[in-house]
Design a protein around this ligand. Structure first.
Ligand SMILES: *Cc1c(COP(=O)(O)O)cnc(C)c1O
Length: 368
């Protein structure tokens, strides 16, 4: 087991990238301020054609009045739903679609439970590409509507997310169609790595702990890659501890982690409200387990009750997130002993509440 992320444990490979901080500080507050660390040749303008100013999301104390005094960790929320399409998926989609544009792609397909589909559809629209999104049956109507609003087609596929991925992969075999997959395309992870760069810049260093939701692992792997980049560049001394969180009702990776296994056996979703992390057979399972173990991280599971309580707690602080957006705080509520007093813990608020009402009975019926 290695103590750091290696090329083998991350698909995008080990690399040295530059962070010219004076130049970075002079640039607009978007993820493109880390241009030297992003996979574009000097002089490439593809990204300028698709950017909507995504990234550089706020990082704010969860409870400013009790921050550092309540006997617990100091929790900082990174408000990822303040993105053009209202989830962190914009990070990956913007970079992935800019690379596709550079390569001359004119038609993309993607499969997603909703947020990756929305993000890919939006950036594909800006890039002037045709876009077809495959979603599982039961995707919240608001997410399907959002995808269509960007001009993409939405195809609901019976069965689970794996059936949906198979449908997209099949469609992508046709000539001229590119599979812009947030799960498989390494450029998506280059985009999510900016999550770590921003935290480093906003805190002037790495926090002790980073908590991330875990479904397919695109935020987890990107964040690990990002912190590894910063460490290689000599800008942080140590990797933060990473705690990845699954919903107990669909937790193949938490189970495999606890069992000490190198790979995860597929599971069926027993019905979590956190649909964005309900991935029963994550494609990158081996890579995720190796990357978490190689960095002394952890994978844990949370209950539906904790997710619901965390969502209510966030709303009471002014942040209305979708159920999946509450799993990171649920980990703090349910596994408090993992988070020592005084340490800085960053949690992402990943998706907006309007995207998925969850079990809120009034969610889709205004005025009744
Ligand atoms: C996609 C998503 C997740 C899970 O991310 P993975 O890359 O699948 O691990 C969590 N929360 C929200 C809101 C998402 O859109």
């Amino acid at each position: 087991m290695s103590a750091e992320v290696t090329a083998e444990s991350l698909a995008v490979g080990r690399r040295s990238v530059a962070f010219p901080i004076e130049r970075i500080r002079g640039r607009p507050a978007s993820l493109w301020r880390y241009l030297e660390a992003l996979p574009f040749a000097a002089g490439s303008t593809a990204w300028q054609r698709i950017t909507m100013g995504e990234g550089f999301t706020p990082l704010v104390p969860l409870d400013p009045d009790t921050e550092g005094r309540a006997g617990g960790p100091r929790v900082l929320a990174k408000v990822e739903y303040q993105m053009p399409t209202l989830s962190f998926k914009d990070r990956g989609a913007a970079v992935m679609i800019a690379k596709a544009l550079e390569a001359g792609v004119t038609h993309v397909v993607e499969d997603s439970s909703g947020n990756a589909g929305s993000a890919v559809a939006a950036y594909a629209a800006r890039a002037g590409m045709r876009c077809d999104i495959y979603v599982p049956h039961g995707t919240p109507p608001a997410k399907a509507r959002q995808i269509r609003a960007y001009g993409a087609t939405v195809t609901a596929v019976p069965g689970g997310r794996e059936d949906c991925a198979a449908a997209a992969a099949r469609a992508a075999r046709a000539p001229g169609i590119h599979y812009a997959s947030h799960v498989h395309d390494p450029y998506f992870l280059h985009g999510t790595a900016t999550y770590a760069y921003e935290i480093w810049e906003q805190l002037d260093g790495a926090p002790e702990t980073v908590v991330v939701p875990l479904g397919n692992g695109t935020l987890l792997l990107g964040a690990l890659q990002g912190f590894a980049d910063l460490r290689r560049a000599g800008l942080i001394e140590r990797m933060p501890r990473v705690v990845a969180v699954q919903a107990g009702a669909c937790a193949p990776l938490a189970r495999a982690f606890a069992a000490g296994a190198d790979g995860a056996d597929p599971v069926l979703d027993a019905g979590t409200a956190a649909r964005g992390v309900a991935v029963g057979a994550p494609a990158r399972h081996r890579q995720i387990l190796a990357a978490v173990r190689g960095n002394a991280g952890q994978i844990i599971a949370v209950s539906e009750a904790a997710i619901s309580a965390a969502r209510a707690r966030l709303a009471a602080r002014g942040w209305d997130v979708e159920p999946t957006g509450a799993v990171s705080l649920a980990a703090l509520l349910e596994h408090g002993a993992l988070f020592p007093r005084g340490e800085r813990v960053v949690i992402p608020l990943c998706g907006a509440g309007l995207k998925d009402p969850g079990d809120d009975p009034a969610g889709d019926r205004p005025g009744t």
